[in-house]
Design a protein around this ligand. Structure first.
Ligand code: NAP
Length: 317
């Protein structure tokens, strides 16, 4: 089978498409023919081993898993003898933060990583609804969103932000979002009530007050946003912050009115059923920016690593 392989950490140039043996599922595993995967920011961190802390998970000196890929959507083609809950021909999707080895024609995984793709949803949209949306789910479930509240989403155009905006839209709240000029229409169509074009305006200069600030691209800080929070407002960021301060702020702010929460992701057993339900009801449609063939995957990495994709970048396997 063809697979996207890197044997050392580094840049997209490390990635080669190689022909290797198709994996054989163990007794408790399923073999999946992959139809679609994405290149997301976790994949970029897995490729580059940046931040350094990634090496404690992926392998200190070189990656333990040589095939890249986090999100996947495909079809069950065979299974080990202990698997009873899935059948040949089932359409499945899922992700694994530490790598699914899904940027390949086939992959194996255990059943707890597999979820049925909702009817009417194709492989591409299934693959684009996974890890970024999982973080978006985490953001909204770390707080108690109430009708009438005001929420600011910084970077509503990213993989996380574009899902987050649609998830927050499920509540009766006022949403302000930041994005660049070219994405204003998109963000309006996804449900933002008020928009700041971050290339022209600084949202911190306007003294609006919010119940929650979701910094979905991690480009701002609690320090900059604090004055925009209401008395019991909460700031959540997808990044650690320039001094990794978002790791410590939750403790430091735990006794004060305005709080910082670190969004440790919920398990996919919680998030994927929620996402599937919204997909089925057509209340969530993942944003797809570009599509590449597996053979061109290093170009996809070059693009995603710049941090300027809109929504998700798909790989058609
Ligand atoms: N799997 C994941 O998605 C994942 C997992 C863990 C952590 N994270 C972290 O979470 C952050 C967001 O991830 P993501 O996948 O959503 O990122 P992404 O899709 O790469 O985000 C790119 C988007 O952010 C926008 N943006 C860049 N600078 C901005 C600014 N100053 N204000 C507002 N928008 C801005 C970009 O707009 P322009 O085109 O104008 O630049 C672009 O649309 C990243 O830092 C990532 O490392 C992501």
């Amino acid at each position: 089978m063809k697979a996207s392989i890197r044997r050392r950490y580094g840049s997209p140039h490390q990635i080669k498409i190689e022909i290797i043996e198709k994996p054989i599922p163990k007794d408790n595993e399923v073999l999946i023919k992959v139809y679609a995967t994405t290149v997301n920011r976790t994949d970029c961190a897995n490729l580059t081993a940046k931040p350094f802390i990634m090496r404690f998970v992926l392998g200190l000196f070189k990656p333990r898993k040589i095939i890249l890929g986090t999100d996947f959507a495909g079809e069950v083609v065979s299974m080990g003898k202990d698997v009873a809950s899935f059948y040949i021909g089932n359409k499945v999707f899922g992700f694994n933060h530490t790598g699914s080895e899904s940027q390949a024609e086939y992959m194996t995984t255990t059943v707890e990583n597999l979820f049925p793709i909702p009817e009417k949803i194709d492989y591409k949209h299934a693959a684009a609804s996974l890890e970024g949306a999982n973080y978006a789910y985490t953001f909204i479930h770390k707080v108690n969103i109430q009708s009438g509240q005001k929420i600011l989403i910084i970077g509503a155009t990213g993989g996380i932000g574009s899902a987050l905006l649609q998830f927050v839209r499920q509540f009766d709240v006022k949403i302000t979002a930041t994005c660049n000029t070219k994405n204003i229409e998109l963000i309006q169509s996804l449900g933002a009530d008020k928009i700041y074009d971050y290339t022209k305006q600084d949202f911190t200069e306007v003294k609006d007050k919010y119940d929650f600030i979701f910094d979905s691209v991690g480009k701002s800080t609690f320090g900059k946003c604090k004055s925009l929070l209401k008395e019991k407002g909460v700031y959540i960021s997808s990044e650690l912050g320039p001094y990794s301060q978002n790791l410590f702020y939750p403790l430091l702010t735990s006794f004060s009115g305005k709080k910082v929460i670190f969004p440790i992701p919920y398990s996919k057993q919680k998030t994927i059923p929620y996402i599937s339900n919204l997909l089925e009801k057509e209340r969530f449609k993942p944003v797809i920016d570009r599509e590449y063939l597996l053979e061109d995957i290093s170009k996809a990495y070059e693009y995603v690593i710049k941090g300027q994709k809109t929504g998700n970048v798909l790989i058609n396997v």
